[in-house]
Design a protein around this ligand. Structure first.
Ligand code: FES
Length: 157
């Protein structure tokens, strides 16, 4: 026999199931978003050398042996790139992601080194690993000089 209390319990169970499903769905969506963002952070898009070239300014904007951080948006995602004018050795463009776990490295002028704030990775002016856990040098991007205009493109390796 169903009374008013039985009806109330059915409605209550329905609401409970609804809330459980709703919370589960929202939780799954947030989890998927988090995993997606974490994946992007840990594995930045691997651009190829064929990526569109982008001007980052005149050569005189980049003093010799003083890395200058610029932004590059050739692949649609804005990324940090250090332009390093090596004088007679030319110009290189270093991706600012540490090769350990992809933190952004900083140029520390006092020590003339790139230092990773996450686990202490250290790189020299050309991006070569000097200390810490990074397994390899900073990645390089394509560089092209047209007159005095510096253009950068996709990753070289
Ligand atoms: S992320 Fe740079 S040393 Fe770990």
């Amino acid at each position: 026999m169903e009374g008013p209390n039985q009806e109330k319990n059915s409605a209550s169970i329905g609401r409970r199931k609804f809330l459980t499903l709703g919370i589960g769905t929202v939780g799954a969506a947030l989890g998927a978003t988090y995993v997606s963002l974490l994946g992007s952070f840990l594995n930045p898009p691997a651009a190829s050398g064929a990526t569109e070239l982008q001007s980052v300014g005149n050569l005189d904007k980049f003093p010799v042996n003083t890395p200058t951080l610029v932004s590059y948006k050739g692949s649609g995602v804005e990324e940090g790139v250090y332009i390093v004018n090596l004088g007679s050795e030319g110009v290189i463009a270093l991706d600012f992601h540490c090769t350990h776990l992809q933190c952004a490295v900083n140029w520390v002028a006092a020590s003339k080194r790139f230092i990773c704030p996450c686990h202490g990775g250290v790189f020299d002016l050309k991006g070569t690993v000097l200390a810490g856990p990074p397994p390899k040098s900073l990645r390089r991007r394509v560089v092209k000089i047209e007159g005095t205009n510096v253009l950068i493109g996709g990753m070289l390796v």
